[in-house]
Design a protein around this ligand. Structure first.
Ligand code: C5P
Length: 397
């Protein structure tokens, strides 16, 4: 997507760099338009390096390309962060005295603004009237948040966190093709305790599952995320159920799966758990030099869902997506293992990826192949985990 990030002259401009960064990492082509005042807070080289595009400030640069309207016309989305009281006033008044004003006025793209200013300025009747006018015209506002401001004061006026701004902005342009659907996603790695301080776990970071939950939410679905151990914060705007073990995950899936239209089993579930869990910390003094831990098999949650054992009923037309992470290096054998798994698990789609010591886990990117139940390849995706999530949802749609 072609995104213009407008930056106006407030101290929160330093955080706008992070907004640009997150949008670039999500695979978007980002053009920064900063006001003269913004450049007193953050440097042009920083913005050009992070956005990977030339910075726009001067209305009279690039005149031959009619840049004062070209940027706005080409944009699929415009995000202004921070938006000062002065910028909001100019926007409400339809002023186009600088490149950012021209860009915004010359665009039909959704406009998201993240106001940031001192509490008194935010609560001033003029600012409130301007923001009401802008909202009425369809401008989407994020924040301001309540919290510490630049000085010793705190209150409403703090710019929302960059990740929240990015989330709201991307949701504004997402197609709502999952509107009215309930989507259940499991993510992260389960942990099977040995004693109160130790567990057997796995290297799943939960990033792909979280990206699927976010993507489904942005496309209008009502999302429940059952999260085993995650290395990242869970998303906002979804129902979150935290679990530790495979047994807890199974119980949570049993609670939510019956009326889910889509179940996405992205969690890395332990196949085995220690047979006995010690009440107190295990001590090497009493265990000796070698220890044997007997493991017993966990139920296969996915299999029991598709076979109908897990829930008394399932929503009509429920679609189930399973995941398979394999270390098999040979392509043919890799696909054969996955085809057998798709059939055994009874899923509608199986998302495959290679994992190993240095691939698959904890990385921002992923590369997947999607099989249907019959084992035919129905799609492939590579890129950051959010784009991979959208591609998987595209196939589902
Ligand atoms: O058999 P394998 O663990 O490779 O299968 C992976 C798929 O099965 C994933 O979708 C995972 O969430 C699910 N699974 C499960 N219950 C288990 C093990 C895996 O639902 N005990």
């Amino acid at each position: 997507m072609n995104i213009v990030v407008g930056i106006t002259g407030g101290i929160a401009a330093y955080k706008a760099v992070q907004v640009v960064r997150e949008l670039v990492l999500a695979g978007h082509d980002v053009h920064v338009v900063a006001t003269e005042a913004a450049l007193r807070f953050v440097g042009a080289p920083t913005l050009e390096a992070i956005s990977r595009n030339p910075l726009g400030t001067d209305l009279y640069e690039g005149v031959a390309d009619v840049r004062h309207v070209a940027l706005g016309q080409a944009a699929d989305l415009i995000v202004v962060a921070p938006a000062t009281a002065d910028f909001l006033a100019k926007l409400a008044g339809g002023q186009a005295g600088d490149l950012l004003g021209n860009t915004v006025l010359a665009s039909r793209a959704p406009l998201v603004v993240a106001p940031a200013m001192h509490t008194e300025m935010w609560q001033n009747a003029a600012t409130q009237a301007n923001i009401a006018t802008l909202r009425e015209r369809g401008v989407i506002t994020v924040g301001p948040a309540v919290g510490q401001l630049t000085g010793a004061d705190s209150g409403p006026g703090r710019m929302s966190e960059p990740s929240d701004i990015v989330r709201v902005a991307l949701a504004a342009v997402a197609t709502k093709d999952l509107e009215g659907l309930r989507v259940l996603v499991t993510a992260g790695g389960t942990r099977e305790p040995l004693d109160p301080v130790r567990f057997i776990g796995n290297r799943s970071s939960g990033r792909q599952g979280v990206a699927l939950a976010e993507a489904a939410r942005d496309r209008g679905a009502e999302v429940t995320l059952i999260a085993a151990h995650l290395e990242i914060d869970p998303p906002h705007g979804i129902d979150l159920v935290r679990v530790e073990t495979a047994a807890e995950l199974a119980a949570a899936v049993a609670d939510s799966a019956a009326d889910a239209d889509v179940v996405v089993m992205a969690a890395a579930v332990a196949d085995y758990r220690p047979e006995a869990v010690a009440d107190g910390k295990l001590k090497k003094e009493s265990l000796g030099t070698a220890v044997t831990v007997r493991l017993v098999q966990n139920p296969d949650i996915l299999r029991s869902l598709t076979s109908g054992e897990l829930t008394p009923t399932r929503a009509a037309g429920q679609r189930v997506i399973g995941f398979a992470a394999e270390t098999e290096p040979d392509d043919d054998r890799f696909l054969a293992i996955a085809r057998a798994k798709a059939e055994r698990k009874g899923v509608d789609y199986l998302v495959l990826n290679r994992v190993g010591w240095h691939e698959g886990f904890g990385t921002p990117g992923n590369e997947v192949i999607v099989l249907d139940r019959a084992g035919s390849i129905v799609g492939e995706a590579a890129g950051d985990k959010v784009s991979v999530a959208h591609r998987i949802l595209d196939l589902l749609v």
